[in-house]
Ligand binder design. Sequence first.
Ligand code: SAM
Length: 380
Amino acid sequence: MTVSELKEHRSYWDDGPKVEAYKAAFAKVITKDSVVLDLGSGTCLLGFLAAKAGAKRVYSVDGGSIIGLIEELIEANGLGDVIVPLHGFSTSVNLPEKVDVIVGDQIGGFAYDAGVNQYYADAVRRFGTPDVVTVPAEFELFAAPVTLPEVSENIEFWRSAPLGFDLSPAAQHGANLLHTVHLDDEALLGSGVAAGRVAASSDAPFDTAAEMTIEKAGELHAVVGYFRAQMASGVAMTNDPADPDRMLRRWQTSFPLSRSVAVDEGDQVQFSSRIAPTTYTATWKIAVTSAGGERLYSQTHSTFLGRFLSTDDVREVDAQRVEPTGERGRLERLVLDEHDRGGSIASISALAKEAFPDADPAKVTRAVTAAVQRARQAKL
Ligand SMILES: C[S@@+](CC[C@H](N)C(=O)[O-])C[C@H]1O[C@@H](n2cnc3c(N)ncnc32)[C@H](O)[C@@H]1O
């Protein structure tokens, strides 16, 4: 274990609003008959709270090296009869019995982005009793327009030709990646708006949409996403930057624009996103319209385009409703489609040469051969 890990785990114990929300939720859902899965237990904070709430048994599962410390902590607290530590990733361990309650806080700024949906979905399917409940149960997702110079600078730097080199392709990646931020209400250029909901245990792709009004003139750099988690009936927990009772340590997730846009009071910002939790892919569209109706910005972004495209990524393009950009992406798409139709390297090369008439034919053949090999491997 490293000093930074120890510090990180301490910060979870220090997060008063988070701890109180879990305590209140456990008081509602845990009984003396409850078998609990503490998924991603860290130093067993939630496992201890579940045991204190009266759980019959708690399985505290963690994939990291911290598991050795958990054993010592359980012993130090005389809870060896209740809490069973298990080393392993939740998606690969097995439990000796079904669980009534699943708890954890693998919750990202926009909820899905730290893995909660896919881990809970798997745990519910494999370990849950028919009446299993999860804490949190559901996330309401919000979007707000923000000024975030550090996000914008991180994109603009790559456009500034440092040392005289053209590094602008990196800006394209930066504008298609999610940035994690710790905001307070100073950064907000308008109120947050409800954008959608997702059950904590659903790993199916989902959509969000919100229409926001600029309330304070400034430079718009991003739309920030945050959540309000329903922990149990009547118990909520949030990372809303405008809420004084928000969690202390949880970040928000910002969806950047590719360039900053000067906005005035009354301007409108439309945001929509499609999220695929199992691949951590987010595709978002931001459109900004002035109060007078002039279109100031409109662009679709995707974490898909922020990555370096592999064949598996290209297969996902349709699901994400974005077109691959650049020659490499378009070629990969063409090869994949033709390969799936049973095309040979020769026939696909002929089509690719027609599609890219200006490219060196030998290079096209080499690129097709390599892409066909990737497509074959991806199918295995
Ligand atoms: C955000 S910390 C939270 C720890 C603890 N729940 C708390 O409230 O203090 C996440 C911990 O979960 C572990 N982890 C993350 N995903 C996991 C998974 N799918 N299965 C098992 N452990 C996981 C990490 O190793 C880390 O120790």
